[in-house]
Every structure is written in C-alpha cells, then in structure tokens.
Design a protein around this ligand. Structure first.
Ligand SMILES: Cc1cc2nc3c(=O)[nH]c(=O)nc-3n(C[C@H](O)[C@H](O)[C@H](O)COP(=O)(O)OP(=O)(O)OC[C@H]3O[C@@H](n4cnc5c(N)ncnc54)[C@H](O)[C@@H]3O)c2cc1C
Length: 443
C-alpha cells in the first residue's frame, strides 16, 4: 500500500484583500462522509478549478470532486494582483537569441489558450466584466534604465509581430494621475482580474456539475486497490484518478522533493480613495519595467476606488511567513505608495497580506503522471494565473487520455531541477532576491 501524508497544510498570512471586498460567500460545504468519484482534485485555485471545468467539458458525466483546504478565493488564487498576462515576462532578456524567439511564440500562444479558456468560462458563468476585464496592461518605468528596457521590449515585440504602444511621461501622468512614471509600454493581451471574484465565479459556475468541498484539507493520499483514497479530517474520497492542484503544497506530500522553490510575495490595498483627489483614469494596472519592482493597480468597481501595491519576494521553504514579515513588507508598500502618490498621503491601507507561489530553478512546471493515476498541475512560476489555468487544463486532458497540442507542449518540458541543500538555498535565494530588490530601485 502506498501512502503520502501531508506534512504541512496551507496557512494564509493576512486577509485576502480582494475577497474582503466581495459579499459574504455561500455557506461552506465541508466533506463530512466517505464518498467516491471518478476524479478527485486537490486545491481550488486556478489549476484545480480549471482542471474541473476541463474534465466536465471532456466528459459531462464524469463524477468530479474538488477538495480545498481553506475557503475558495482565500488562497493565492484570490490574493494575487490579477494580471493574467499573455506575453512572457522576459522577452528582452540577454539570452534573447537562437530559438528563444520561437520559445516566446510558443509560450505566448499557450498563455493565450489559457486566457481564451478563462474568457469562455467568464462568459458561460456570467462572471462580471470587472472580474475578468480584457483591457491590456502597461509596463511602467520610472528610470532611464527602465525606459530603455521598455524600448528593447517593444523592439522584440515588433520582431514577434505583436502589437504594442509606447507611452511618454505625459501620457503616463494622464493615465495614472501621478508624474512618477517616465514611460510605459501598453500591450493589449492581458486580462485584468478581480482575482477573488473570478475564482468565486468559476466555483459558482461549476457548482451544478462538480462537487466542491471547502475547509476540507487532504491530509493523506493512500492506494486502495486500483483507486486512491484522499483522507480529510471529517470524510474521504475514493477516486480512480487524482489531480494535484495544490501548487507548492505538492511537496508537503513528498512529491518533487527539493525541486520546488516556495516564494512569498506581499501586497497592500488602500481604503477607498477620497473622491476627486487623484486625477487620471479611474482604472489601470502597471507592472514594473524591472520584474523585481512594484506592481500597482488602481481599481474602481467591485469594492470601490482603491490602489493596490505589490512588491517584495522572499524564499520560505517552511511554506509560511510571519505576521512581522507582512508588517515589514507593509512598511515598504507605504514608502512605494507615498513616492508615487504624495497627494494621497493621508489614505491608509485597509488590507495587507502575503501569498505563496511556487517556482522551479529552471522555470518549468511540475507536471505529468507521478504515480499510476496521480497527475500534477503544480509549480506555475511567474504568470501563475495563466500558467495555473494551463496546468489544470493539461492535467485534466492527460487524466482523460486526451492528446492535444497543450499536453504535447507540457510533456516536452524539462523536469524541475534539484535545488541546493539548505541552508545554502535559503541564504543564496534570499540574498539574490534582496539584491535584486535593491537594484530595481524606483521601478
Ligand atoms: C500577492 C501576489 C500577487 C500575485 N500577482 C500575480 C499576478 O498579477 N499575475 C499572475 O499571473 N500571478 C500572480 N501571483 C501568483 C498566482 O497567484 C499563483 O501563481 C496562482 O494562484 C497559482 O495558481 P494555482 O491554482 O496553481 O495555486 P493556488 O492558487 O495556490 O491554489 C492551490 C490551492 O490548493 C489548496 N491546497 C493546498 N494544499 C491542500 C491540501 N492538502 N488539501 C486541499 N487543498 C490544498 C490551497 O489552499 C490553494 O487554495 C501572485 C501571487 C501573490 C501572492
């Protein structure tokens, strides 16, 4: 008999600000008995819910169960910055040569397949436009180096035949209401999510066809004849197939041991902005020209008129961070906010939080069939909203024996590379992250 026991369960540091803006969720359904299913999915984030949707698309009669450790949209899927991006982050990297251009095309087309899948779901489940808004995004710069990065990025986009528009400092000020930014690069393919509303919308849309249980962590996976039994504190699911859609927590069961890097990033969201003080457009989102810089959004819709700031990354193999780490990042957010919006100096932050993401050293997902009937859809690296969606779609297809361009592309990727031992990895990763944060400066 094969057993995998969860050494850790997820802990979410701070409130999921986006979820706090929504009405109270429907009552929790906790798994309270022993049930059976064709396929059981662990985790109700982008990967888990996308896998569930793809499974019932492939076979509407399939009995699909999703077990989520916490509440839907309280995990990373509901606590990110909501940029569902089509283009790879690193188009203008120094390694841009040889087949890198072809690789960028493949990555972009895969990300767009995820976005199209999300768009179909948003339309079918009547998810509001404010939660899934295909309005594009801007890569904003605040330094000459960032301006150069935007021009280089634009030149690479041109080579790829992608559309974009460069904005000067005046246009950036007109958009953002601050003269902080010196240039911008608009690309039209990003969808801006209200992540908690999108994730809740997916869960609600699936509720007729998929059996979803919240506050029902899987604590053990064990073989039971040809099936797998997922044990939760108050019940169990026996299923022929299992999809691991619990991102970095796949390692909590012993899968991909020492191959997943557990990274936390941090965000703060303001109280409602006073009316008429900040000029510019009422809604926008900017990613930083330096990927280690600060992401800023102005939202105006579900939950009102607010600014959301995200910056700082830390490597935490313990898969959790302390309240004081959230508070320290919060002080940095306050500084970034004050530098950009001196006119809003009296506006306090309403919510501060951190969230767990998972990357591999060589930037590849952790994917494929791990044991007979156990499939992984984890380790989304950057762009996790799009990559998580893709991973879920692909694992569902593999578990259903469907071959597609997506499953071929995912199967062709390398496996995650092994990390150095601790504390070398901890020291090296955190020193590198801190140095890169300092180097990103005003970005
Ligand atoms: C502050 C912040 C900003 C970010 N901004 C962006 C952004 O703008 N764009 C972008 O693309 N990405 C962004 N990300 C990353 C993105 O949120 C993640 O990559 C994405 O959520 C991964 O999706 P997932 O479904 O694979 O995993 P998750 O969203 O982490 O979902 C996994 C789920 O599994 C559950 N789980 C874990 N263990 C168990 C268990 N034993 N039993 C049952 N359930 C379990 C967890 O509770 C969780 O809900 C950001 C992340 C953070 C924290």
């Amino acid at each position: 008999m094969t057993h995998f026991t969860a050494k850790r369960l997820p802990k979410q540091p701070g409130p999921a600000g986006w979820n706090c803006l929504l009405p109270a969720p429907p009552p929790t359904r906790v798994l309270g008995e022993d049930i059976t299913a064709d396929i059981a999915i662990i985790g109700a984030g982008f990967a888990g819910l996308s896998a569930a949707r793809r499974l019932v698309q492939i076979d509407p009669n399939s009995k699909v169960v999703v077990l989520e450790a916490g509440r839907v949209a309280e995990g990373p899927a509901g606590r990110n910055s909501g940029f569902m991006i089509d283009l790879p982050h690193d188009l203008s990297s120094d390694t841009y040569a040889g087949n890198a251009e072809e690789n960028d095309r493949v990555q972009t087309s895969l990300n767009r397949a995820a976005i199209a899948f999300g768009a179909d779901a948003a339309s079918e489940y009547e998810i509001p436009k404010d939660a899934f808004d295909p309005c594009g995004k801007i890569n904003a710069s605040a330094t000459p180096m960032g301006d150069q990065h935007n021009r280089d990025y634009g030149a690479h986009l041109k080579k790829l035949g992608e559309s974009y528009r460069l904005l000067d400092s005046t246009e950036m000020a007109e958009l953002t209401g601050t003269d902080y930014y010196t240039s911008g690069l608009f690309t039209p393919g990003t969808v801006m999510l209200q992540p908690a509303a999108y994730i809740r919308g997916l869960a609600a849309g699936l509720s007729d066809t998929v059996n979803l249980f919240e506050n029902s962590p899987v604590t053990e996976i064990s073989s039971e004849g040809p099936a797998w039994k997922l044990q939760s504190p108050k019940g169990s699911v026996s299923a022929g197939k299992v999809i691991l859609a619990n991102n970095g927590h796949a390692e909590s069961f012993g899968f991909f041991s020492r191959r997943l890097m557990h990274i936390f990033t941090y965000a703060s969201m303001t109280e409602q902005l006073p009316e008429g003080v900040l000029g510019g457009a009422l809604k926008w989102g900017v990613t930083p020209a330096d990927p280690m810089g600060t992401t800023v959004r102005r939202i105006n819709g579900i939950g009102g008129n607010r600014i959301v700031v995200r910056t700082r990354f830390t490597y935490n193999p313990s898969m959790t961070v302390s309240n004081s780490a959230v508070a320290r990042a919060g002080r940095l957010h306050d500084q970034k906010f004050a530098e950009r919006f001196p006119i809003l100096k009296d506006v306090p932050m309403a919510y501060r939080w951190a969230g767990h993401l998972c990357v591999s050293w060589n930037g590849v997902p952790a994917h494929g069939e791990l044991e007979n009937g156990i499939y992984a859809a984890v380790c989304q690296n950057g762009l996790g909203t799009a990559k998580g969606t893709l991973a879920g779609m692909s694992a569902a297809e593999m578990a259903s024996d469907v071959q597609s361009e997506l499953t071929q592309a995912m199967s062709a990727m390398d496996a995650p590379r092994r990390l150095p031992p601790e504390p070398i990895a901890w020291i090296g990763a955190n020193a590198t992250l801190r140095w890169k944060e300092i180097r990103s400066g005003r970005e």
